[in-house]
Design a protein around this ligand. Structure first.
Ligand code: N01
Length: 643
């Protein structure tokens, strides 16, 4: 066995009964693909037994039970032979066979243009192709200090890549620990809604998740363990905020003022990487009487664990992604829960959402060659660019108020059936929970039925109105109804359109980033900004993913680009680089033209954090993942002023 490939699996020493038991749990299509690696025999995927359809979060490809049983029987034979022969892998599939394997499990031809992106992400060759380059003069690298702002998933990634490149760096993190959003959001029920075997770094093991969609403590622990294993913690200044960053033309450095416990100091950096995330400045509503409320009240991202909600009357204002997770978790414990939901949410059926990863799957992830990589593919591919076509507005479609295209109308019907099947027996509730805007127009939520089950509880009320005012012991709806409250939870979202706020970033010629951006933040490829040399954004303007993928995938693409920019600067002995105005403006115009054609821009979607106050979108990306990955492989020198 190729001991250096971390995805080839540990040697198998289990007896037949243990293997057979493990196989009962696994994804059969991923198992069949693993058998091709394990035996070198492609006939496993060339016979009559095959998946029928690949749908996000359905891991058996809709294969009938008897076919699954037959594959398990064949697999046991093959795995036994592999074990008994000392777990030696045969020659591994070449690119043509890998393409065939992808198309087989996707149940459709995977276009060839996707192969580089998919193979890079799957790392079947055990090579982390997005690793930062260590080439060039080590002394020049050592003389190029970088400040990274934020130690969430993207800031930690930046640290990992800078460490690989031999570039000295300091990560400045306002919290006391790693994880960013996964450090701050500790509300009951907080969990990720992208499958964890994909929502993780591509180059790190992913065989340890206890649930398919892990809860916040496990996610935070994951980032902590990666940080410690990679030796990044010693580079982090915890509990420290960046107050300002000012470009000094004379020395071609950024002067970064940071504050720890009220004491300020200045860091000097040749480059700054902003990894501050987007959804981290809580947005409290402006409601009359909020300060008069006598009981405890707090934002979902600042959950007060000192408040005991057991047996109390809780009013939850807001039910987007956060509120949607909070209500089902606290409802069984409170005396009464009132949920104010201004806009109903579309939900994507996902029976696996709260499921644990069974011991068989864990065994397969650890032992079956490349099983985990194919399982990753099975999450990545159906949640990838296929969904983007469905998000495009068809101007010829006549019913724009309910759907943006015929295909989108079919999705609306599918989602509507999912909701109706659960609450069709309660017409009053059904009317309240059916959204009246196009499906996927806001962020679609993952659902296993827990939301509507919660709303059907005797101790839960759903109020589909705004809030008129708050009194010392109650919340009053716009129609004047009074809802008594001991505790108020504001699940009202974040300042998503205020990138990097409230930091004060001053670039060339005194340009102030906040003023340059105003309500329309833009960056070339969402990463670099004219007037701000050697300044790089991760999860910058226009890069949020609304159609699929995972932000970690996006960060890995962006950080590869940033590493290549740093390489350009250092190996060329340059002082600075910034995008040309032409490159930036051309990109921005394309971004705006494209995003306006997507469902998130539909005027039928009244409120969404994707939109700024004018209804324009500067948060989300309209691009195919395959294109964005291509554009961010390395900087095009013609798009930059490099001196
Ligand atoms: O915030 P939101 P969120 N009066 O902005 C309502 C990520 N995330 O924290 O829909 C009354 O979506 C508002 O109403 P409306 C994910 O990207 C991921 O829930 O605007 N109501 C809405 O109901 C997500 O999209 C995960 O009409 C008011 C709610 O408050 C993003 O974070 C989990 C109001 C805000 O919803 C943000 O989610 C959690 C007012 N004045 C979050 N103002 C997972 O991975 C706002 N609202 C699972």
């Amino acid at each position: 066995m190729n001991a250096r490939n971390p995805h080839a699996g540990l040697p198998i020493t289990d007896d037949d009964a243990a293997i057979a038991a493990a196989l009962e749990d696994v994804s059969v299509p991923a198992l069949m693909l693993s058998l091709v690696h394990l035996t070198g025999d492609p006939s496993y995927i060339r016979g009559a037994i095959k998946p029928r359809m690949l749908v996000l979060n359905e891991i058996q490809g809709f294969m009938p039970e008897e076919e699954q049983a037959e594959v398990r029987r064949l697999a046991l034979e093959a795995i036994r032979a592999y074990r008994d022969a000392g777990c030696v892998l045969p020659e591994q599939p070449g690119p043509e066979l890998l393409h065939e394997m992808m198309s087989w499990v996707a149940c459709d031809e995977v276009p060839r243009e996707y192969l580089p992106m998919l193979l890079e992400d799957m790392e079947l060759d055990g090579v982390d192709a997005r690793r930062a380059s260590e080439s060039g003069d080590p002394a020049a690298r050592a003389g190029f200090p970088v400040v990274v702002i934020g130690c969430g998933q993207s800031g930690l990634l930046a640290g990992i890549r800078l460490e690989e490149a031999g570039i000295p760096f300091t990560i400045v993190e306002k919290n006391a620990g790693v994880g960013g959003t996964w450090y701050e959001n500790t509300y009951p029920g907080c969990r990720v809604d992208v499958g964890n075997h994909f929502y993780c770094y591509s180059f790190e093991p992913s065989d340890h998740w206890s649930e398919f969609f892990a809860r916040q403590p496990e996610l935070q622990a994951y980032f902590e363990s990666v940080m410690n294993r990679r030796g990044i913690a010693e580079h982090v200044r915890w509990g420290t905020e960046v107050v300002s960053a000012v470009w000094d033309e004379g020395s071609a450095t950024w002067q970064v003022t940071v504050e720890t416990d009220g004491a300020r100091s200045v860091l000097t950096a040749r480059a700054v990487i902003s990894a501050v995330g987007l959804l981290n400045r809580p947005k409290l509503p402006d409601i009359e009487g909020m300060d008069d409320f006598a009981g405890p009240s707090f934002h979902s991202a600042r959950w007060d664990h000192g408040v005991d909600y057991l047996g109390r009357r809780v009013v939850q204002i807001g039910a987007g992604a956060s509120g949607f997770q909070i209500a089902p978790t606290i409802a069984p414990d409170v005396a009464h829960l009132t949920v104010f939901q201004r806009t109903a949410q579309w939900m994507f059926p996902n029976p696996n959402y709260h499921e644990k990863v069974g011991p068989g799957v864990r065994w397969a992830l650890r032992h079956l060659p490349f099983y985990g990589r194919w399982y990753r593919f099975m999450i990545f591919w159906p949640g990838s660019d296929g969904a983007l076509a469905g998000a495009r507005i068809d101007p010829e479609w006549p019913h724009q108020d309910r759907a943006i295209s015929e295909r989108n109308d079919l999705t609306r019907r599918w989602f509507t059936d999912w909701i109706t099947a659960q609450v069709g027996d309660d017409p009053e509730l059904l009317a309240k929970v059916l959204p009246d805007y196009p499906a996927t127009g806001k962020r679609t939520l993952q659902d296993n039925g827990s939301w509507l089950r919660t709303l059907k509880r005797d101790n839960v009320d759903l109020v589909r109105e705004g809030v008129a005012r708050i009194e010392k012991d109650a919340v009053i709806s716009t129609s004047g109804e009074r809802y008594e409250a001991d505790v108020i939870v504001y699940a009202t979202g974040f300042h998503a359109n205020r990138f990097l706020w409230p930091m004060h970033i001053v670039g060339r010629g005194g340009a102030v980033l906040g003023e340059q951006w105003g309500d329309t933040p833009t960056a070339y490829l969402g990463i670099t900004v004219p007037n701000f040399p050697n300044f790089f954004c991760l999860y910058g303007p226009g890069t949020g993913l609304a159609h699929g993928g995972s932000l970690i995938f996006q960060s890995e693409c962006q950080m590869r680009y940033v590493s290549a920019c740093l390489d350009t600067l250092i190996s060329g002995g340059h002082r600075s680089m910034e995008p040309t105005r032409e490159a930036h403006d051309e990109y921005t115009a394309r971004h705006q033209a494209e995003i306006k054609q997507m469902v998130w821009s539909s005027p039928a979607v009244e409120h969404s954090w994707f939109k700024n106050r004018n209804g324009d979108i500067y948060t989300a990306s309209p691009w195919r993942l395959v294109d964005y990955r291509d554009w961010t492989k390395s900087p095009d020198p013609d798009s930059y002023t490099i001196d």
